[in-house]
Ligand binder design. Structure first.
Ligand code: COA
Length: 724
């Protein structure tokens, strides 16, 4: 019996329910099976029962080898992230690993699906590893701001070498079974039924007289030199921009050159430090926020939804074409309908060239591209919509035109089937009233390019039914997009915050004295992939102007409100596509070059408004843009357009380039402290006038000494106890 583990008393069998782990003996093989849906996270229950199973195997005279295998599609997604905020209880994963390494008989891990984080670390501590050909193995902790803390940084370098280990840990991207075999991470790759192959593999090891082979006993790892480190960091520079976890990873991997016991202590201290870092708190917040955004009040979590095999999309412009590719990529058949043959032909060309560029970049094979292209057919006949499981309208952004199309769709598509409108500015409720069945209508706000963007805003009209929302959430899952449900108000969540908060403040700063390049550089330094003026030039200044034309039909805004961007549109300075915008661009180039004409235009617009321009420091630029974003975010919450602060964070990190490692604007506000946020907004209110005013929700949270996170938790608790 292993002495490293303290086991619960009086547990003679581990097969009693709940069966998070089961143990059985098949001849000389002690078979331990982890069964903890959905992803076999190694929570306390699993660890307890693994310890029991290992003890049973150790005590059985028949057992000559132990096999660890998993039920479901995932070997294990690792440690239970929900336990990270609490005190961990024994047995720890490290204790289990030590027990495995000390087993008197060999222990084999048979990996199906994903072995991630602690799941892979468990396998690393086993004496032999077998992976199914479809398996993928990785240490993705860095994506959560964590350094692997269960021996990953010590055992992986011992098995595959320090540089490949550093590469795997810093990239966070899982590798295939074949790659794992070639690196020496697994011993065998199995085809077909993994359990059968694994048992045969074990029997062979027994016949060969193979002994336990603890990874910890392998020679200390080779050392990393600075050029290796620079090469690995350079390869991931974009993903790691403004991040800090990679430095901790390097320190931990370097410790693999020490004797194992020392190295593991260094790793434990570094992992603990990473867990407490603001970066990790933010990234873990976003992890759960993204998974929580599809849990919507009034929509049953496991609502039934129709199978979606056939999709009709009306409008073969940029959005319709992108949406068609998104569904084709998800294996669905698409009919793209447009009454203009030329538009259909153009769309077909775009589809072909987009897939051709995917092939050129090595992202997909010719065969896959051909299959996807074949899934999209074009038609000029709207009546073919009747065969579709859902219909999406993606015609030009014009209320009357969209109403006409929706009404036609409503008459041909059997009732109950979802009709979605792809709009970024129009009222979903009003559009729904153009049909006889407004309950089945909602908005799907796709972002450009629709086939690649991560975010999908699902806009609930006043009449949209819970079933309709549930179907839309299912659609998002099919398309592998992160859904956020928004209320039906101008700009929904993201564009409202962009227009009234972030971009507006950026323009105000230009009028007051900053240059486009200074504003962009300051916000890029903060962590945005691209500053606001470069984003405008990329998307087209005319796009924003059209949105504001729609806005002014519904609401008004005090001057100055995008006077510069709209003037640029008037001047035909639409951005990259015309070679001129906030910046100028060389023929065919993408480098944003300063343009004295724009500086003169800014000076003129400022002086017309009596604004005396002066220099502004980068700190103020960032603070004002981010506070404005937070403040409008709070308004969006108090108006009920967004339901949760975490939803706002998801919108901004997955759709608008807010740095993920800061957790989104509302989480970032909590990091700053609501009192500080409110005080700084009041500071600007005194200096700049009434458009700077703390949102009611910010004042309320300040009074209650609360936070957006706390506000979310209270609402969640209230939802769980209706009527109280
Ligand atoms: N701990 C606790 N819960 C986890 C988890 C973990 N390590 N990994 C996933 N889950 C939960 C999710 O929160 C989700 O719960 P919900 O249904 O209540 O929302 C559920 O498992 C399914 O996860 P989801 O991400 O929606 O499924 P998927 O099939 O798209 O992706 C994974 C599965 C495993 C790839 C993905 O969840 C993932 O990357 N997990 C984290 C892996 C990781 O970083 N491990 C290292 C931990 S140290």
């Amino acid at each position: 019996m292993n002495t490293l583990l303290t086991l619960p008393e009086n547990k003679s069998t581990v097969s009693d329910p709940p069966k998070a782990v089961t143990y059985e003996e098949l001849g000389s093989v002690g078979l331990i099976r982890i069964d903890n849906p959905p992803v076999n996270a190694l929570n306390q229950e699993v660890r307890n029962r693994l310890a029991e199973a290992l003890a049973q195997a150790t005590n059985s005279p028949r057992v000559k080898i132990v096999l660890i295998i998993s039920g479901g599609k995932t070997f294990s997604a690792g440690a239970d992230l929900k336990e990270f905020d609490r005190e961990m209880t024994d047995p720890s994963l490290q204790q289990l690993q030590a027990a495995i390494e000390m087993m008197p008989v060999p222990v084999v891990a048979a990996i199906c699906g994903l072995a991630l984080g602690g799941g892979l670390e468990l396998a690393l501590a086993c004496h032999y590893r077998l992976a199914h050909e479809d398996a993928r193995l990785g240490l993705p902790e860095i994506t959560l701001g964590i350094v692997p803390g269960a021996g990953g940084t010590q055992r992986l370098p011992r098995l595959i070498g320090s540089r490949p280990a550093l590469e795997m840990i810093v990239s966070g991207t899982p590798i295939t079974a074949a790659e794992a075999k070639s690196k020496g991470l697994v011993d065998e790759v199995a085809e077909g039924d993994l359990r059968d192959s694994a048992i045969k593999f074990c029997e062979q090891l027994v016949r060969d007289g193979s002994k336990p082979r603890p990874t910890r006993d392998l020679a200390a790892a080779d050392s990393l030199d600075e050029s290796m480190i620079a090469a690995v960091l350079g390869a991931h520079a974009r993903a790691l921009k403004s991040r800090t976890t990679q430095r901790l990873v390097i320190d931990a991997v370097k410790a693999a050159t020490l004797p194992f016991a020392q190295g593991i202590e260094v790793e434990a201290a570094i992992a603990k430090k990473s867990l407490a870092s603001p970066e990790s708190l933010a990234l873990r917040h976003i992890f759960f926020a993204e998974r929580g955004s599809s849990k919507v009040e009034g929509v049953p979590e496991h609502a039934t939804h129709p199978d979606i095999g056939q999709v009709a999309i009306v409008g073969a412009g940029t959005m319709g074409t992108g949406i068609a590719m998104a569904f084709a990529d998800a294996g669905r058949s698409v009919t793209l309908i447009d009454n203009d043959e030329t538009a259909l032909a153009r769309s077909k060309d775009i589809i072909r060239s987009t897939y051709a560029s995917g092939i050129k970049r090595g992202r997909i094979s010719q065969e896959t591209a051909d299959e996807r292209i074949a899934r999209i057919s074009g038609s000029t006949d709207l009546s073919c919509v009747s065969a579709a499981d859902i219909a999406i309208e993606a015609v030009f952004e014009d209320m009357d035109l969209k109403k006409r199309v929706l009404s036609q769709l409503d008459s041909v598509l059997p009732p109950q089937r979802l009709i979605a409108t792809n709009t970024s500015t129009l009222s979903i409720t009003e559009l729904g009233h153009a049909t006889a069945h407004p309950r089945r209508v909602l908005g799907l706000h796709f972002f450009v390019p629709a086939q690649a963007s991560k975010l999908l805003e699902i806009v609930r009209g006043k009449e949209s039914s819970p079933d309709t929302v549930a179907t839309a959430l299912h659609v998002a899952k099919l398309l592998r997009k992160v859904p956020v449900v928004s209320g039906d108000a101008f700009g929904f969540i993201g564009n409202r915050m962009m227009l009234d908060g972030y971009f507006r403040e950026a323009e105000q700063l230009l009028l007051e004295g900053a240059s486009p390049q200074q504003v962009d550089a300051a916000l890029e330094q903060f962590g945005f992939a691209m500053g606001p003026q470069r984003v405008s030039d990329l998307g087209g200044n005319d796009v924003g102007t059209k949105v504001r034309i729609q806005l002014y039909q519904r609401e008004s805004r005090p001057d100055p409100y995008f006077v510069l961007a709209d003037r640029l549109t008037e001047l035909g300075r639409l951005g990259q596509k015309t070679g001129r915008g906030f910046y100028r661009y060389e023929q065919g180039g993408r480098d944003a070059l300063p343009d004295p004409d724009v500086d003169r235009l800014i000076e003129k617009l400022a002086s017309q408004r009596g604004i005396v321009r002066s220099s502004i420091d980068d700190k103020e630029i960032v603070e004002r843009c981010i506070l404005a974003l937070i403040n409008v975010g709070a308004v969006v919450l108090e108006e009920g357009i967004a339901f949760r602060a975490s939803d706002v964070d998801v919108v901004w990190t997955s759709g608008y380039g807010f740095p993920r490692h800061l957790g989104g604007p509302m989480f970032y506000a909590d990091t700053l402290g609501i009192g500080h946020v409110a005080a700084r907004i009041r500071h600007y209110q005194r200096r700049l006038g009434p458009y700077w005013r703390p949102a009611g929700l910010i004042e309320k949270l300040e009074r209650e000494n609360s936070s957006f996170g706390q506000w979310d938790r209270q609402r969640k608790a209230a939802m769980a106890k209706p009527g109280e």
